[in-house]
Design a protein around this ligand. Sequence first.
Ligand code: RP5
Ligand code: MG
Ligand code: MG
Length: 279
Amino acid sequence: AAPHVQSRCPVYPGSKIKRFPVPDDKVHWSQDWPQYNPVSYTDPAVLRKPAWADPDIGSFSPQFNTVDGAVDRTSFDGNYKTEKGKPLNPHGRTGLTGRGLLGRWGPNHAADPIVSRWKVDAQRAKMHHSVSKLPILQFVSIKRRDCGEWAIPGGMVDPGEHVSLTLQREFSEEALNSLAVPPSERAKIHERITKLFKSTGFQVFKGYVDDPRNTDNAWMETVAVNYHDESGDSVSELPLQAGDDAGQVQWVDVDSSFPLYASHSDFLKLVAKERKAHW
Ligand code: RP5
Ligand code: MG
Ligand code: MG
């Protein structure tokens, strides 16, 4: 796989901290590099010990590479190494140690729901791309509040939570604003999307995410699943409303030229291929 890029972004997100620059050929730990001098950084919000974060290593020794109580510390990449009690990023150096904005030492598990439909004209006929001649897919995208980038409405798997629930819950929170609607309406939303999320989605990807928040000791992993509304009459009819950590929400054409957060473009490319759609 190509060396991670976002995980070496010059300035760490939400801070003014500059990562130690890591050239492509020094990313992998197998490359000896005595001059490597990464900066140590853990965001104050993580150090404040919220429920979603681990304590600092020293006072605490998590069971790495296992399901540790309710927290899944296994990696989709197989067993990761630890050094001085701290897990090592399986994709290599990032120029920064500690956890940055991430709560967990080692893998931080997320889920990414990719809800799609075909782009249609006023007569409900599928629209094709002028160059590729292939039908155009659309997916529900949110504009992240933290960085302003468009993204899949994904989020973290809560301890002990089934990924299938995380997928539906995060979609409801970020794209349907389920946390803010009155309980009466919440039931209606729940009923309509449960049908879609109960259908067997297409598992697009399972593994490491090249996320700008990654560090040498903490990184994002995800399960991305595509739920497709083939006839355009289920989720397509739902009123989208941005909520929680989403600033905006809309149906976006699936197209290689549209920039997306972290490795989300790689996931959309796989969806387009699977559905024989324009990319
Ligand atoms: C990305 O961060 C994942 O692919 C997922 O979309 C997201 C989860 O983090 P939050 O949205 O909860 O910040 O790496
Ligand atoms: Mg969320
Ligand atoms: Mg999110």
